[in-house]
Design a protein around this ligand. Structure first.
Ligand code: HEM
Length: 386
């Protein structure tokens, strides 16, 4: 059997919001696995069982490269680009900072930042939800987590935007990465000399396999936390509010009963999963007749798994009454999102505080929300009015 070849381009640029998830559904129903002809070419697994099995098998599906466009990276973000057993050592060191209890300690501060942002917006009666809320909120929390002052917000936002959403020419990305690296290098030096009550200060005294952690490892950790914890929450919030703005009954339900918010978030995370992880094969395998070779990249789009009707009935529909599902929005296996408790808390607080103040809103008439496809799917603009 010949492996299907499909011109699937996860970096297709901007388009009207809401086109990417149904496109992933279509591809899943056409092929259980296929080869994308874009760039150097890469494999895509499309079904829940296969994606889950790959995420749980780091011996075959290695994380030493995690972007399909970059099969031989010259960097190693920690812990996401490590394989066991070194990855296990790092997870053990980092776990205490990402428990439900550690996240709950931040609850009051997250709520304060969130309420301040919403109180500023409420009298305006309209905003671009992405620019005016979804980008500002997690970035403020990130500065808190790594121990940088809130006054650096605008600087961080500019770097974040230039690194994660550069123009097609890539202009400005290198400069922003250099500035971010310099900032983290300075932070690490400072925390080694004057430890404080934050994650990076604690990490300076980590011992990895019996030797002290190096500055370069701390830098790779800071960069990963920056990449993993900001754009993801922004993107997830953008889809959640895009959905709620267009579905009055779902919005009325969470406004009327805020205790339903945690379950509603799980269902929205499932239907609007945003991450397209990838792995590098360590050996030849044949899956659904596709001859995959050692060294090939394999993409595992989580939305293809979480919306697979073989795993969940009517999987592409949001049903807030649905019994809990084993969704993969935070991944699975050894690299399952370390920040999942923090992310859930940030999402829950945002929904609760927003709907307590702005219960009724809609997409601004005549506006066209836009989304981007990339390694993390998300909206670029979401004009709302109330
Ligand atoms: C809704 C928001 C978020 C989503 C959907 C999300 C999703 C994910 C996914 C799917 C992975 C696995 C990637 C892979 O297998 O290659 C991951 C890993 C990770 N995430 Fe999140 N994430 C979110 C928020 C956060 C936050 C707020 C933090 C904290 C700063 C965070 C920190 C991490 C870290 C450190 C890893 C790497 C874990 C490892 O390699 O062991 N994430 N995330």
């Amino acid at each position: 059997m010949n492996a299907p070849h499909v011109p699937f381009d996860p970096f297709a640029g901007q388009g009207p919001a809401g086109r990417t998830h149904p496109h992933l559904d279509e591809l899943r129903e056409q092929h259980p696995a296929f080869r994308s002809t874009v760039g150097h070419g890469f494999w895509v697994l499309t079904r829940y069982d296969d994606i889950l099995a790959a995420l749980q098998d780091p011996e075959t599906f290695s994380s030493r490269a995690i972007a399909v466009i970059d099969p031989n990276p010259g960097y190693q973000w920690i812990p996401v680009m490590l394989d066991p057993p070194l990855h296990t050592t790092w997870r053990r060191l980092l776990r205490p900072f990402f428990t439900p209890t550690a996240a709950a300690v931040l609850r009051d501060r997250i709520t304060r930042h969130c309420v301040a942002l919403i109180d500023d917006l409420t009298p305006r009666n309209e905003c671009d939800f992405v620019a005016d809320f979804a980008r500002l909120y997690p970035t403020t929390m990130f500065l808190e987590l790594i121990g940088l002052p809130a006054e650096r917000l605008l600087e961080f936002l500019a770097w974040e935007y230039a690194i994660l959403h550069p123009p097609p020419s890539g202009a400005g990305r290198g400069e922003a990465m250099a500035a971010l690296t310099a900032c983290f290098t300075e932070l690490i030096e400072d925390r080694r000399a004057r430890p404080q009550e934050d994650l990076i200060s604690a990490a300076t005294s980590f011992a990895v396999d019996g030797r002290p952690v190096t500055d370069d490892e701390l830098l790779q950790l800071c960069i990963l936390l920056f990449l993993a914890g900001l754009d993801t929450v922004t993107a997830q919030l953008s889809y959640v509010f895009w959905h709620l703005a267009r579905h009055d009954a779902d919005r009325a339900r969470i406004t009327g009963d805020p205790d339903d918010i945690p379950d509603a978030i799980e269902e929205l995370l499932r239907v609007y999963s945003i991450v397209l992880p990838a792995r590098k094969l360590t050996r030849d395998v044949v899956l659904h007749g596709c001859p995959m070779k050692a060294g090939d990249m394999v993409m595992l789009p989580l939305a293809m798994a979480t919306r697979d009707p073989r795993a969940v009935p009517a999987a592409s529909a949001v049903e807030l009454d649905r019994p809990p599902t084993r969704h993969l929005a935070f991944g699975a296996g050894p690299h399952r999102c370390l920040g999942a408790h923090l992310a859930r808390l940030e999402l829950q607080i945002a929904l609760r505080e927003w709907h307590a103040r702005i219960p009724d809103y809609r997409i601004t008439p005549g506006a066209q929300p836009r989304e981007h496809a990339s390694l993390v799917l998300g909206l670029d603009t979401l004009p709302l009015s109330w």
